[in-house]
Design a protein around this ligand. Structure first.
Ligand code: PEP
Ligand code: MG
Length: 654
């Protein structure tokens, strides 16, 4: 509970000692619990329960069925009138909805406790707006009193609350991407797609997901993985899609080959129903019905106020026009990270990228890349259009190439046939791509250093797309931003940048255009943070890739840490998942140092964050304090970041 609610272990537990009032001394006694407003909807109406001749425990434990608070008015008119007036006094004093416990002893009212009441996100928004309208609080207070994390629950489908109570929890893992999903178990991306095409709702259950699963993830209602953490591929991609994902359920005994798994003593075969809650990480047996989210006018009002008071810009991590549009609707001011590799996994592109990987010469590679170029260009045009002239940062190819090659025998045979090579040739190429630690292997800018023609192709696609969109929309100012990933040494950046600049300048000149563009880098390797002053002299912007920066600073993998982090929480070594909530003491120190060094060397340096932390409220507050210019997060977390950024600014001013 402390971890879920950001309450440090080091804080104690407060205890009030007070004299006892008795609600169980006869029929002129009673006890109750009440909220000054409805905690589920926010409606301004007393909400609560009452029991005669009882103690508070009897209400809370549910051993007797209490009566609605209104009935107390008939039984104890005087005490009730006094109670109503106390409610008003308390609300006026605390200027927030109160959750109170009280006792009536021989007709006399005793207040036992009051506190600001817990509430749903919907109620939080309504109460905050109503309190402003009632003149009780100002806009800043309203912005400060809504818990940013809870906004998630408003945007995704939700379980029917009554049905959920009756459902059986089979297991619990990481709530990696919120939402409520219910569907039939399938065990591969292909099956997910095939079942979905037949109109079935499916849950994709995998040991872990690989980029090849993307189509299956799209087709599924939700994703359940045995391995992985909060920033594993499955979590990142699912959040980007606004798709429910529960990851790292180590209790699952998986038998992929026979299309089944075991959890909490039950065997689930292909087609069996299960339900996932991506906020709590709970896995339910069977099909729990869901209802669509409804967003009321209060959401827009609070967001409008948040925008008025925040200093940080909020961008989004989006790889498709669909995600980009969604993020714009939710208030994103630009794209902070477009991961280009996700586009390569589409069915129509993967053959060309495989052809490129299997090329023997630079010429062959160029030929394969020339097939990809128009597709990339049209991807970027779509994204630029969706963002309507807002800034877009496009990150060049990042993952190790082995992620693109086939693993199934049939696919290998097909590829061999397509490329006029033998199966043995292809297998030798795949074996050659094997790395012991691919996350620290041939990836990021290292790909562009070895194959500069990839960077050149991506530059052509970025610039040509921007020129085309600029021509169509003369009122927009297109300034494409090219981001080089995984730089650890300034000369790496310098080299790749030279390829980008040479290619871009030639195209812009040939088009007779004066379009400007930016070249920047991600800071995701500790060495880059340590030498940020050198790197800043070659960069227009830094974007902190805190997923990789966290894994490389801690020295443990973002995909494997889930296996042992629970033991670290139990032993109170870590209080939270450093991949979800930025480790401000260690990783944060690198970020702050790099920001300072970078700005000193290059005062115009634009600073942002695009790791998953960009959508986490406490990390957003850190980014504000550290003086970054923007945060970037997945589309559905944009409102959370907007609100968290405003709260950080308001807190600082106070
Ligand atoms: C990062 O490392 O923080 C990042 C945003 O890049 P990716 O997650 O794609 O490695
Ligand atoms: Mg990275």
């Amino acid at each position: 509970y402390r971890r879920d609610n950001d309450i440090p272990y080091s804080w104690g537990t407060a205890v009030n000692v007070q004299s006892m009032a008795f609600g169980n001394m006869g029929d002129d006694c009673g006890t109750g619990v009440a909220f000054t407003r409805n905690p589920a909807t926010g409606e301004k109406k007393l909400f609560g329960e009452f029991l005669t001749n009882a103690q508070g425990e009897d209400v809370v434990a549910g051993v007797r069925t209490p009566m609605p608070i209104a009935e107390m008015a008939e039984k104890f008119p005087e005490a009730f009138a006094q109670f109503e007036s106390v409610c008003k006094t308390l609300e006026d004093h605390y200027r927030d909805m109160q959750d109170m416990e009280f006792t009536v002893e021989h007709g006399k009212l005793y207040m036992l406790q009051t506190r600001n009441g817990k509430r749903t996100a919907q109620a939080a928004l309504k109460i905050a707006c109503d309190l402003v309208d009632e003149g009780m609080i100002d806009e800043k207070k309203a912005v400060a009193m809504v818990e940013p994390r809870t906004l998630d629950t408003l945007l995704h489908p939700q379980f029917d609350a009554v049905a959920l109570k009756e459902s059986k929890v089979m297991g619990k893992a990481l709530g990696a991407s919120p939402g409520a999903a219910c569907g039939r178990a399938v065990f591969s991306a292909e099956e997910a797609k095939a079942w979905a095409q037949r109109g079935e709702k499916v849950i994709l259950v995998r040991l872990e997901t690989s980029p090849e699963d993307i189509e299956g993830m799209k087709a599924a209602q939700g994703i359940l993985t045995v391995r992985g953490g909060m920033t594993s591929h499955a979590a990142v991609v699912a959040r980007g899609m606004g798709k429910c994902c529960v990851s790292g359920c180590g209790d699952i005994k998986m038998d992929e080959e026979n299309k089944k798994f075991e959890l909490a003593g039950k065997t689930y075969c292909e087609g069996d129903w299960l339900s996932l809650d991506g906020s709590t990480g709970s896995i339910y047996d069977g099909a729990v019905p869901t209802v669509d989210a409804t967003i009321g006018g209060e959401f827009g009002r609070i967001m409008g106020w948040a925008d008025k008071y925040r200093r940080l810009d909020v961008r989004t991590n989006a790889d498709t026009p669909y995600d980009a549009r969604k993020a714009r609707e939710l208030g994103a001011q630009g794209i902070g990270l477009c991961r280009t590799e996700h586009m390569f996994f589409n069915e129509d592109r993967i053959p060309a990228i495989r052809e490129m990987i299997c090329s023997d010469t630079a010429q062959q590679r160029e030929k394969a890349l020339s097939k990809l170029e128009p597709m990339q260009q049209s991807d970027f045009e779509g994204i630029y259009e969706a963002m309507e002239g807002c800034p877009v940062t496009i990150r060049f190819l990042d993952p190790p190439l082995h992620e693109f090659v086939p693993t199934e025998e049939a696919d290998i045979e097909l590829l061999a046939k397509d490329l006029g090579k033998t199966v043995a040739d292809i297998k030798a190429i795949i074996a050659g791509l094997h790395e012991f630690n691919p996350m620290m292997g041939h990836r990021g800018c290292r790909l562009a250093v070895t194959y500069p023609e990839i960077a050149a192709m991506q530059t052509r696609a970025v610039i040509k797309a921007a020129l085309n969109v600029q021509a169509k929309h003369p009122d927009w100012t297109m300034v494409p931003e090219i981001m080089i990933p995984l730089v650890g040494e300034v000369k790496e950046l310098k080299y790749v940048k030279s390829v980008v600049v040479e290619t871009a300048d030639a195209i812009i000149k040939a088009a007779g255009s004066a379009m400007k563009y930016k070249v920047g880098t991600m800071i995701e390797i500790p060495r880059a943070a340590l030498t940020a002053d050198e790197i800043a002299r070659e960069a227009d912007f830094f974007s902190f890739g805190t997923n990789d920066l966290t894994q490389m600073t801690f020295g443990f993998s973002r995909d494997d840490a889930g296996k042992f982090l629970d033991a670290y929480y139990d032993r109170k070594i870590y209080e939270s998942d450093p991949f979800a909530k930025l480790d401000q003491t260690g990783v944060g120190r690198l970020v702050a140092m790099a920001a300072k060094l970078g700005r000193e060397a290059n005062p115009d340096l634009h600073l942002g964050i695009c790791g998953e932390h960009g959508g986490d409220p406490s990390s957003v507050e850190f980014c504000h304090r550290t003086g970054l210019d923007y945060v970037s997060c997945s589309p559905f977390r944009v409102p959370i970041a907007r609100l968290a950024a405003a709260q950080a600014a308001i807190k600082e001013a106070q």
